[in-house]
Design a binder for this molecule. Structure first.
Ligand code: NAP
Length: 299
């Protein structure tokens, strides 16, 4: 099975590659190998590789910067998926595209179902919604999976940022009035592979199970990391969104209803805290082996 993965340096792409079945022959294209906003390059790459499946894990993901870089955000998050959908159609490839809880405004008061009306608050969310629409228009049979609060042992994410802040300052002030669902990139990648294998088409939601505020998530990171002796005592202080203004507004309640996904996969996702423990164990093991290698020194 020939598989193309875009955005190959990112959290999700790395997890998709790591969780692939052995029979998958993966062409992993980083932003340097393929700029998805370049439609000519996208078409050429897809015609050359003739993949059966394309996972689009490329995205402009800096939510706050998108407020002042709308052109770039839309080029990557709308025009990129549009070009990938058109190229998928040309070669008969299946397209798995990933989107975000930030397409919602957070005002609904219950978990969002795939068919609920999307109303993004910021440029990033608007550009991702435009990407979904472009994919659905060009390739209605494409699979579009919205997810949220993604983290992994690599790249830029809340877990790594919190560990750094907690280790250097011994405390963290974290927003307690935004509610979502932390999601391990590995679990998301597994779900994408399985949704594709199960023939899913259209819009689905995937997050790990359970809900949390950023404060709950930070508190769990502190507790679990302490249990692994990665941190000493840390004070995590809850604050409000008003205490921590950001350029991009964020939804206050963007929990995604994943029932449709869990029904297709035959089981609910693992709870986010279980997944967090797994990621922290990897980070801990990596830090220990780095320390051992430094201790050994050059041979
Ligand atoms: N992270 C989250 O919390 C979160 C939440 C909800 C949804 N999502 C969605 O989940 C998907 C995966 O996110 P992630 O967390 O894996 O993001 P990530 O770690 O930021 O990875 C995104 C990747 O896309 C690449 N990229 C950026 N511009 C590109 C371009 N023009 N052409 C090709 N590649 C480009 C980046 O490369 P460079 O680093 O070289 O620029 C990076 O490797 C995205 O669709 C994102 O919108 C993420």
């Amino acid at each position: 099975m020939r598989v193309m993965v875009t955005g190959a340096g990112g959290q999700l792409a790395r997890a998709l590659i790591a969780r692939a079945q052995p029979q998958a022959r993966i062409t992993a294209l980083s932003s340097r190998d393929l700029d998805v906003s370049d439609a000519v390059a996208v078409s050429a790459a897809v015609r050359r590789e003739k993949p059966e499946i394309i996972f689009n894990a490329a995205a402009y993901t800096t939510v706050d910067r998108a407020q002042t870089e709308a052109d770039r955000a839309f080029a990557v998050n709308r025009d990129g998926p549009a070009a990938l959908a058109a190229a998928s159609r040309e070669v008969g490839a299946r397209l798995v595209h990933v989107s975000t809880d930030f397409v919602f405004d957070g005002l609904l008061g219950r978990p969002y179902r795939p068919e609920d009306e999307a109303r993004p608050l910021g440029v990033y969310g608007a550009s991702k919604l435009a990407g979904e629409e472009a994919v659905a228009a060009a390739l209605p049979e494409a699979l579009i999976v919205r997810t949220a609060w993604v983290y992994s042992p690599h790249g830029h994410n809340f877990v790594r940022t919190m560990l750094r802040i907690m280790a250097t300052r011994g405390e963290a002030r974290v927003v307690a009035d935004q509610i979502g669902a932390p999601t391990s990139a590995a679990n998301l990648a597994d779900a994408l592979w399985r949704l594709d294998a199960g023939g899913a088409q259209g819009v689905y939601h995937y997050t790990d199970a359970g809900v949390a505020s950023w404060y709950d998530f930070a508190q769990a990171i502190a507790e679990e990391a302490r249990g692994l002796n990665m941190l000493g005592a840390v004070h995590v202080q809850p604050i409000t969104t008003a205490d921590y203004p950001t350029p991009a507004p964020r939804p206050s309640f963007s929990v995604l209803d994943c029932t449709k996904t869990w029904d297709l996969l035959g089981a609910p996702a693992p709870h986010w805290r279980t997944a967090l423990r797994e990621v922290l164990a990897i980070l801990h093991a990596t830090a220990q082996s780095d320390r051992a290698a430094r201790h050994e020194g050059p041979r």
